[in-house]
Design a protein around this ligand. Sequence first.
Ligand SMILES: *Cc1c(COP(=O)(O)O)cnc(C)c1O
Length: 428
Amino acid sequence: MIYKRSSQLFAEAEKVIPGGVNSPVRAFKAVGGTPIFVQRAKGAYMYDEDGNRLIDYINSWGPMILGHAFEPVVQAVIEKAKLGTSFGMPTELETQIAALAVSMVPNIDKIRFVNSGTEACMSAVRLARGFTKRDKIIKFAGCYHGHSDSFLIQAGSGAVTFGSPNSPGVTEGTAKDTLLAIYNDLENVKTLIEANKEQIAAIIVEPVAGNMGCVPPNEGFLEGLREMCTANGILLIFDEVMTGFRLAKGGVQELFNIKADIVCFGKVIGGGLPVGAFAARNEIMNYLAPLGPVYQAGTLSGNPLAMAAGLAMLQALNNDAAIFDRLAAKTAYLHEGIERVLKANNVIFTINRIGSMISVHFDAAPVVDFKSAANGDNESFKKFFHGLLQEGIYIAPSAYETWFITDALSYEDLDFTIQAVDKVSKTL
Ligand SMILES: *Cc1c(COP(=O)(O)O)cnc(C)c1O
């Protein structure tokens, strides 16, 4: 692989964009080297500025679940663009996508569209605070809910201590209202709730975690959260920005038959355009402006190009009864193949998988929370990442990321990937 042009483009980008990227995960800081600049993509493949073809396991961090440049989405955007790209006034399209989303996802009556997953989570928490008239929230270490202030909190000295900001610019005042809990640890959550009686507005959780690798909930974890929330007047927020419209039509609520009070969306719901959304039953959503007192707004929210892309994507998923089984089967096939070759090469590893999300950890112990996710051998991961890249396979440049399987991947692509993993694992 030659990255001559990508390297040049990165050097130019660094002069005018901090770190050369508009989102830090795109930089290769955790793995070394410089990012690859993409020229175009189609189906399962990306083509970079040097003309290399890459099999893509990131898929824009989730949205391209049906492959890049998915024809119905592309057509919808082109047709809409000709009619004007933004009005700041209502369009019928917004009602169409809202109605479809509400019909696909259980336990929601109304949905509000925003422009990113960050906005969705930030707004969901504000709504929960307004609705419950309480200030604090519980979040889990290793769960990502976007970059708004309340969520950028790292683990303190103990689980019961108040959060402290882990980014300069987040005030102590904001940080103290975010309580940190351990994923898959109900006792820990219980302790926090008891120490903060009638002060907690919401528990926000990735119901299947995807931002510390893929970490599914232990049996009973989500049920336990539901019970504790109900018993204590706390709203349960499922951040399904990653899992929504990916693990099932109705996301994790449907998959595990658990009711959340507020659900956040992003990624797949926009079909690759900047879209987020949050949804709940009427009682909660009617608390939002202009109906209710909790303010939330957006000049470009419900943008016609974004809504057209999202609608085409949701329709495609809704009309394909076998899609989620097909994705899960491809992911299971990849899992078995990678497991086989890693074992044959005596690599120490753990693979987590659910539906079309999968992650490979270079550690023998089960990965169930942030601490166990952080135990993986990062040197092995770096070699693994660069080795696969050399073979034309693109996984996320960080050991804390999930691979997102797209329906555009063929079994030949998967076999090619397994062979590449075999080759690379001999060098670990
Ligand atoms: C990606 C992600 C977000 C943030 O979405 P952005 O569109 O990047 O702001 C929030 N929550 C989860 C679970 C995510 O995976």
